[in-house]
Design a protein around this ligand. Structure first.
Ligand code: MN
Length: 131
């Protein structure tokens, strides 16, 4: 079964790159360019994983993650932050917001899909160790 990834990213080039990489590896991708649009998309068709740019116009990715994690319908969704910054200093803040994992930009196009697949596998293992 194909995994569905919701990509929330305001940079169009990056959004297209990530979409192409994931679709090439069999993921089903839906796109949003703002947090608000992404939250609506997450409610309407619950994905398997959310890839969240942290720096977004309007509501930022941390605030959007907090909302996803406070909603019973979406709180189980793994949220992977996509960030240009090394997050060392902000890690605690991000963990409190509920970010499950990070990928840093620029993304490594050779390993990107695999990284996401292993994060997804780990999230499923945590949620349901036997299945
Ligand atoms: Mn951005």
């Amino acid at each position: 079964m194909s995994h569905r990834v919701l990509v929330i990213e305001d940079n169009v080039l990056n959004l297209e790159l990530v979409t192409d990489l994931l679709e090439a590896d069999g993921f089903i991708v839906s796109q949003a360019k703002t947090a608000e649009e992404g939250l609506r998309a997450a409610q309407q068709g619950i994905p398997d994983l959310v890839l969240m740019d942290l720096s977004l116009p309007g509501m930022d990715g941390l605030a959007a993650t907090k909302l996803l994690k406070s909603d019973p319908a979406t709180r189980h969704l793994p949220v992977v932050a996509l960030t240009a910054h090394a997050m060392q200093g902000d890690e605690t803040v991000a963990m409190h917001a509920g970010i499950d994992a990070y990928l840093t930009k620029p993304i490594d196009t050779r390993t990107f899909s695999q990284q996401l697949a292993s994060i997804l596998a780990k999230a499923r293992m945590t949620k349901n160790p036997l299945g």
